[in-house]
Design a protein around this ligand. Structure first.
Ligand SMILES: [Zn+2]
Length: 479
C-alpha cells in the first residue's frame, strides 16, 4: 500500500509517488533567524521531521532541504536595536536554532541553504521573471505582476477580487496591482545590500524559497511543507514565481501543519504567553515534547498546556520503562521474521505483527500519529503481559526481540522513547547509594555493626554488592 498524503493544493488525500523513483525531494520552510524559535515553529519542525523519517522507515530515500532566512526586516530591526551588524544577529540565532533542534531530537537536514549565500541564484530568477514579462522594476524595487499569473491563489483558494479590495486600503503607487509583491527591495540607508541590475538592494522573502528549493531539488520536486500560516501569501507566491519562471509544475505535494494555541489563546509576546524552545527544553526532554505533538494529528490544531505536557511526560516514561524491560528480556536474541517460527509464543507474535500492520496503516493514512501511538501502547501492554508470565525459552526471547525491533522501528520516526533516560536514572540511583553508604559508615563508626550489616545484606538482596576497602566502602551491581 502506498502512503497517502493530504495535498493542500488539491484539497484531498493523494497516493504518494515520487517524481524520481530513487529519491524524494522534500523542502520545508525554515526559520528567520532573528530570535530564539518558539513552540509554534517547533511543531512544524517536529512534524516534518517525523514525516521525513517515516518515508525513510518505509524505504524511501529522502533529500531534505530546510532554508534559513538570514536577511529580513526583522533581522535588520533587531540589529539596529542592538547596534550590531545584521549578519551578527543572523549568525547568533542560526547557531541557537541548531542547538535547539538537536534538543528536540530533530535529525539534521541534508542541506541548510542560507539566503545570503544564494544572492546570485535569486537574482537570476528575478531576471528571468522580468524577461518573461511577469515582473517589473519600479524605482529600484522589483515586483511580481500577479495579474500575469492566472493560477494565482489556487493553493489558498482565496478570492482574488476580495483580496484586491482588501489590499487597496494601503495604496502603493509603485505597484501595478495592489496584490503585487516584492522580489527585490531597493537599499535603504543603513541596511545590508548587494549590487544588482536594478540597483543596490536585497531579496524579498518569497523569492528566496523559490530560488533555494529549485537550486537543491530541481525545478519540479515532490514535497513542500510549512505551517498553515505560510499558505498565503508565502507559498502562493513561491508557486507564482517558480511556475512562471520555468513553465513547469513547482512542488507536487503541499503539506501544512495546524495552528498552535496556548491555553486556547494565540501565542504572542504581548499576551505574555510566548514560549521558546530554549525555555521548554530546560524542563522537558525531546521525547516528551515529541510525544505531546504526536498525540495530535499534524493537521489538527493543538492547544499547548502544562497539563498536556505533564501527561506526555508520564506516557513517555511508561514507554521508556517498557522499552528498557523489553530490552533486558530480549537479551541478545534475534527477532523473528514471522509468527510461524515462534513456537509456543505464536499467538503473541501474531499480535505483534498485527499491531505492526495497524501502525503502518495508520501512518500511511496521512501520517495518523495519534492512532499509531495508541497502537504502540497496545504493543507495550501486550509485551508487559507476555514478559510478566515468564520468558525462558529461546523462542520466547526471540518473540520479545521482535517486539523490541518493532518498537525501535516506530521510534525511528516518532522519537518518543527517551533512550538517554536510563543514564539519568542510574546517575540518580548512584547518588542515593552513595548516601546510604555514607550513613552505613557512620553506623560502623558508632559500632552499630548489626544495623550496618543488615543494610549490606538487604542491598545485596536488591543486587547491590558493598565492598569495604581501605579507601572506604564501594558499591557495584551484582552481575
Ligand atoms: Zn519558504
Amino acid at each position: 500500500m502506498a502512503i497517502k498524503i493530504y495535498n493542500t493544493y488539491s484539497r484531498q488525500k493523494e497516493e504518494y509517488t515520487p517524481l524520481h523513483p530513487d529519491v524524494t525531494g522534500f523542502y520545508t520552510c525554515g526559520p528567520t533567524v532573528y530570535d530564539y524559535f518558539h513552540i509554534g515553529n517547533a511543531r512544524a519542525f517536529i512534524v516534518f521531521d517525523m514525516i521525513r523519517r517515516y518515508f525513510i522507515y518505509r524505504g524511501y530515500r529522502v533529500r531534505y532541504v530546510m532554508n534559513l532566512t538570514d536577511i529580513d526586516d526583522k533581522i535588520i530591526k533587531r540589529a539596529n536595536e542592538q547596534g550590531v551588524d545584521s549578519a551578527e544577529i543572523a549568525e547568533k540565532y542560526a547557531a541557537a536554532f541548531f542547538e535547539d533542534i538537536q534538543k528536540l531530537g530533530i535529525r539534521p537536514a541534508d542541506v541548510y541553504p542560507r539566503a545570503t549565500d544564494h544572492i546570485e541564484e535569486i537574482q537570476a530568477l528575478i531576471a528571468k521573471l522580468i524577461e518573461k514579462g511577469v515582473a517589473y522594476e519600479s524605482g529600484g524595487d522589483v515586483f511580481y505582476d500577479v495579474a500575469k499569473f492566472p493560477a494565482y491563489a489556487s493553493l489558498s483558494g482565496k478570492n482574488l477580487d476580495q483580496l484586491q479590495s482588501g489590499a487597496r486600503i494601503a495604496v502603493d503607487e509603485r505597484k501595478h496591482n495592489p496584490l503585487d509583491f516584492v522580489l527585490w527591495k531597493a537599499a535603504k540607508p543603513g541596511e545590508p545590500k548587494w549590487p544588482s541590475p536594478w540597483g543596490e538592494g536585497r531579496p524579498g522573502w518569497h523569492i528566496e524559497c523559490s530560488a533555494m528549493s529549485m537550486r537543491y531539488l530541481g525545478e519540479t520536486f515532490d514535497i513542500h511543507a510549512g505551517g498553515q500560516d505560510l499558505i498565503f501569501p508565502h507559498h502562493e507566491n513561491e508557486i507564482a514565481q517558480s511556475s512562471a519562471a520555468t513553465g513547469k509544475e513547482f512542488a507536487r505535494y503541499w503539506l501544512h501543519n495546524g495552528f498552535l494555541d496556548i491555553r486556547g489563546e494565540k501565542m504572542s509576546k504581548s499576551l505574555g504567553n510566548f514560549i521558546t524552545v530554549r525555555e521548554l527544553t530546560k524542563q522537558y526532554s525531546a521525547a516528551v515534547v515529541r510525544l505531546f505533538f504526536m498525540q495530535k494529528h499534524y493537521r489538527s490544531p493543538v492547544d499547548f498546556t502544562e497539563e498536556g505536557l505533564q501527561a506526555a511526560r508520564a506516557s513517555s516514561r511508561r514507554l521508556t520503562e517498557a522499552w528498557r524491560k523489553i530490552t533486558a528480556a530480549a537479551g541478545d536474541a534475534l527477532p523473528l521474521a514471522s509468527a510461524d517460527e515462534a513456537g509456543a509464543a505464536k499467538a503473541f507474535v501474531e499480535t505483534v505483527f498485527r499491531l505492526q500492520r495497524d501502525i503502518q496503516t495508520a501512518m500511511d493514512d496521512d501520517f495518523n500519529t495519534p492512532a499509531a501511538v495508541g497502537k504502540l501502547f497496545d504493543l507495550v501492554r501486550e509485551a508487559n503481559r507476555f514478559i510478566d508470565s515468564g520468558v525462558s525459552s529461546e523462542e520466547e526471547r526471540r518473540a520479545v526481540a521482535t517486539v523490541l525491533a518493532h518498537m525501535e522501528g516506530y521510534d525511528s520516526f516518532l522519537g518518543v522513547i527517551d533512550h538517554s533516560a536510563g543514564d539519568v536514572d542510574s546517575e540518580r540511583v548512584g547518588k542515593v547509594l552513595d548516601t546510604i553508604l555514607h550513613l552505613r559508615s557512620q553506623l560502623r563508626q558508632e559500632k552499630n555493626f548489626a544495623l550496618a550489616d543488615r543494610i549490606r545484606d538487604e542491598l545485596a538482596a536488591s543486587g547491590v554488592i558493598i565492598e569495604d576497602s581501605p579507601e572506604g566502602p564501594k558499591w557495584r551491581w551484582k552481575n
